[in-house]
Design a protein around this ligand. Structure first.
Ligand code: G3P
Ligand code: MG
Length: 372
C-alpha cells in the first residue's frame, strides 16, 4: 500500500509522487497503445492491476465520451483498473458552466458522443450543427449533403427548430471536441454569432453575441501519421479569423484545456482525494501553495499538495509542459520525445525532465523520489 511505501522509503518523507498522464502521444498513438505505456502503469499499480499504488490522473485535451467511458477504454488499453475519478477530459471543466447555461439554448459542436456528454453534464437545451443543417440546408450550400437534395429543391424540415429560433436564441457555443466538418461548423457558428443566436434572422441592435467556449487549444497533436495533425486550436484560429473578417471585431472566446489552469486545478482535487483514499496524511491549513511561476492565475485557494512531485508526463510543450510549469511546484513537467509531437526539449516551454517515452518517465520519477 501507499503508506507502506512511505514507511519503507525514507526518501518519501515529503510525500509520495503523484502522476498525471497525457493520453495521445504518451499512452497511445492513433489506434495503438504504446507498449511502454502498459509497462509504465504496471510499475505504478498493484501486481494484479486492480489498485494504483500512487495517486494517478489521466489529463487529456481529447474527449467526445464521458469520463466513465474513457476510464473503461484506458483500463482495456493499459491492463490496469482506471476509475472515472482519475480522468480529466478537455471538456470536463465545462461542468462548471452548467449552473449558468444548463437551462439555456446552447450549440454543441464536436466529434464523438458530444450531445450525450452535454446532456450527462446537465446541459438541457442542446442543439448541434447537424440539427441546424437539417432545418436550414441553404445555410451551408457547399455542404456535401446538398447532393441528397436533387434539383436544388431543398426540403424544409417539418419539425420546428426550437433552440436557435428568435424565441429561444442560442446563448453559448460549446466546442466539445475537434469538429470534423469545419466548413459547416465555421459557417453556422459565424451565423449564430452575428444573428444574436438565431441563425437566419436579423440580429436586434444591442443583442450581445453568444459566448464561445473552446475545450482544447492544441494547434497540433500526434496520431499515427508521421507529422503532427491540426487540433482544435487550428479550428479556433479559423473561427476567430473569420469572425473578425466578417464583423471587424475580435471574437472574445473562452479557452479551456491544457495549458490553461482549469484542468490542473481539477487534477489536483482528484489527486488529493486519491491520496486520502490511499491513507496518506494531508498537511493542515488552508493557505495557498506557492507557485514557482510568478503571477499565475492558479495561485488562488490551492490546498497544500502533500506530494514530493506531481509528475506531469506529456508530449506537447505548448500544452503539457506549459501547463505543468505554470502550475508550479510540486508539479514537475516531463516531456517524452520519441512517441508524440515533440522531438526535443523546447526553449519556449522547457520541460524539467526530458525522456524518450512514458516508461522512462515513470522510472525517472520513481528514481528521483527515492533519491530526493
Ligand atoms: O484531440 C486530442 C488532442 O488534441 C490531444 O490529446 O491526450 O495529447 O492531450 P492529448
Ligand atoms: Mg498529447
Amino acid at each position: 500500500s501507499l503508506s507502506h511505501a512511505a514507511e519503507g522509503e525514507q526518501s518519501l518523507a515529503r510525500g509520495p509522487p503523484a502522476f498525471v498522464f497525457d493520453i495521445d502521444g504518451v499512452l497511445i498513438r492513433g489506434r495503438h497503445t504504446l507498449p511502454q505505456a502498459q509497462r509504465a502503469l504496471a510499475k505504478l499499480y498493484t501486481s494484479d492491476g486492480s489498485r494504483p499504488r500512487y495517486p494517478i490522473c489521466f489529463l487529456t485535451n481529447g474527449g467526445g465520451v464521458t469520463e466513465r467511458f474513457k476510464a473503461h477504454q484506458l483500463s482495456e488499453w493499459l491492463g490496469v483498473a482506471v476509475d472515472e475519478s482519475q480522468v480529466v477530459l478537455s471538456h470536463t471543466p465545462f461542468r462548471q458552466l452548467v449552473g449558468q447555461f444548463g437551462n439555456q439554448p446552447v450549440l454543441v459542436s464536436g466529434r464523438g458522443q458530444v450531445w450525450e456528454v452535454a446532456h450527462h453534464y446537465g446541459l438541457r437545451q442542446v442543439v448541434t450543427p447537424r440539427q441546424l443543417v437539417r432545418h436550414m440546408p441553404a445555410a451551408v450550400p457547399f455542404h456535401e449533403d446538398q447532393g441528397l437534395f436533387p434539383g436544388g429543391d431543398l426540403p424544409v424540415y417539418t419539425r420546428e427548430l426550437k433552440y436557435g429560433s428568435p424565441q429561444h436564441p442560442i446563448k453559448a457555443i460549446f466546442v466539445f471536441t475537434d469538429p470534423s466538418d469545419w466548413y459547416r461548423d465555421l459557417q453556422l457558428m459565424v451565423d449564430v454569432l452575428t444573428s444574436g443566436g438565431a441563425p437566419g434572422h436579423t440580429c436586434l441592435p444591442g443583442t450581445p453575441p453568444p459566448e464561445v467556449f473552446f475545450s482544447n487549444p492544441d494547434l497540433l497533436w500526434a496520431n499515427e501519421f508521421p507529422q503532427p495533425r491540426f487540433g482544435q486550436g487550428a479550428f479556433s484560429a479559423c473561427l476567430e479569423t473569420l469572425y473578425e473578417k466578417v464583423t471587424g471585431k475580435p471574437l472574445k472566446a473562452h479557452h479551456f484545456g491544457k495549458p490553461h489552469a482549469a484542468p490542473y486545478l481539477l487534477a489536483e482535487q482528484l489527486l488529493l482525494a486519491q491520496a486520502q483514499a490511499l491513507g496518506l496524511e494531508l498537511p493542515e491549513g488552508p493557505e495557498a501553495a506557492p507557485s514557482s511561476s510568478g503571477g499565475s492565475s492558479m495561485q488562488h485557494a490551492r490546498m497544500p499538495l502533500p506530494f514530493s512531485g506531481i509528475f506531469a508526463v506529456g508530449d506537447n510543450p505548448a500544452a503539457d509542459v506549459r501547463g505543468a510549469n505554470a502550475a508550479g511546484a510540486p508539479w514537475v513537467s516531463v516531456l517524452v520525445i520519441k512517441t508524440g509531437v515533440a522531438r526535443a526539449n523546447c526553449s519556449r516551454d522547457p520541460a524539467q525532465l526530458v525522456v524518450d517515452n512514458v516508461e522512462a518517465a515513470v522510472d525517472a520519477a520513481l528514481h528521483r523520489t527515492r533519491h530526493a
